[in-house]
Design a binder for this molecule. Structure first.
Ligand code: KMH
Ligand code: ZN
Length: 289
């Protein structure tokens, strides 16, 4: 029996699942979360383990010698080279940084020559802080990605960010590589809720042909992961977003979060894709290793 066309999903369904790992972030402190990778050695080891476990993109925030968040361009450049040397992962640098970072420092991240970067589509309350992404900053960053040949991933923390994404694409045209890929960051205190109903609403508003992943911060991690798989999306996991594996049990490593995501993707009959497949999906050229 064939399915009734009216029940077929409108959303694009990729036969495999792109898994992004976001191993570090800017918010957790090493002293509170000892398993957090903060040195270059720890990051490279994490990257290799996560690649083995099923990740194809690494979303990178780095730390300084005191394990504090930094956007130091020398360290970022060394990090891009080291990750390329050690793995075939797609290297995506955060342009969000920490809430205290200046716009100029966030724009300069592209100078480190990553494959991709995050581009958040609007300001959002972020716990007790504010993550600032005013329209002129978004525009400047987007145009620079087009000029530098860096593929942006549009980070959407709120439904209003989806509207801002449409506005950006209408004004400046498609991104480098020609394909729009978004990441729904859900469950941030101040952003959109991390649940299935909100995910479906956000996905239905995305540009035609866009692909998307989703991540739920904190305890929204699992509900968002199940909802994303059910809706045909991709997954982002990692200690940037989740430091508790299950009730009362801290995450032991980023790789175990990737392994859990890959196992769920396998169960959903959309197994984890390898970086080569992800590059084709996202229009990201292999810059050589
Ligand atoms: N650390 C947050 C303030 C991104 O990487 O682009 C911003 C963030 C988003 O993590
Ligand atoms: Zn980030």
């Amino acid at each position: 029996m064939t399915a009734d066309p009216s029940t077929r999903p409108a959303a694009r369904q990729d036969p495999a699942t792109l898994i992004t790992v976001a191993p570090t972030g800017a918010e957790s402190e090493k002293s509170a979360v000892p398993a957090l990778p903060v040195t270059l050695d720890e990051l490279v080891t994490t990257a290799k383990e996560c690649r083995e476990a099923g990740a194809s993109i690494i979303h990178v925030h780095i730390r300084d010698a005191g394990a504090r968040p930094t956007l130091d361009i020398g360290r970022l450049t060394d990090t891009v080279h080291a990750l390329r040397e050690a793995t075939d992962l797609i290297v995506q640098l955060s342009t969000g940084g920490a809430v205290t970072d200046s716009f100029d420092a966030r724009l300069a991240v592209l100078d480190a020559g990553p494959d991709g970067c995050s581009l958040t589509c609007g300001t959002v309350n972020f716990g007790d802080d504010v993550f600032m992404n005013p329209w002129p900053f978004m525009c400047e960053l987007y145009v620079r990605t087009q000029e530098r040949g860096v593929v942006p991933e549009f980070e959407l923390f709120d439904l209003g960010h989806v509207a801002a994404l449409h506005r950006l694409l209408d004004k400046f045209g498609p991104p480098h590589g020609g394909h729009v890929h978004c990441d729904l960051v859900m469950g941030v205190p101040g952003g959109m809720a991390g649940n299935a109903a909100t995910l479906v609403q956000a996905v239905s508003a995305l540009p035609d042909g866009a692909t998307w992943s989703a991540t739920g911060v904190g305890r929204t991690s699992l509900p968002v992961m199940f909802a994303a798989l059910a809706a045909g999306g991709h997954l982002r996991v990692g200690m940037e977003d989740t430091i508790t594996f299950s009730r009362g049990r801290p995450v032991a490593s980023n790789a175990e979060l990737v392994a859990r995501a890959a196992a769920l993707a396998e169960l959903a009959q959309r197994p984890a894709m390898v970086p080569e497949q992800a590059r084709v999906l996202l229009g990201i050229a292999d810059r050589g290793r």
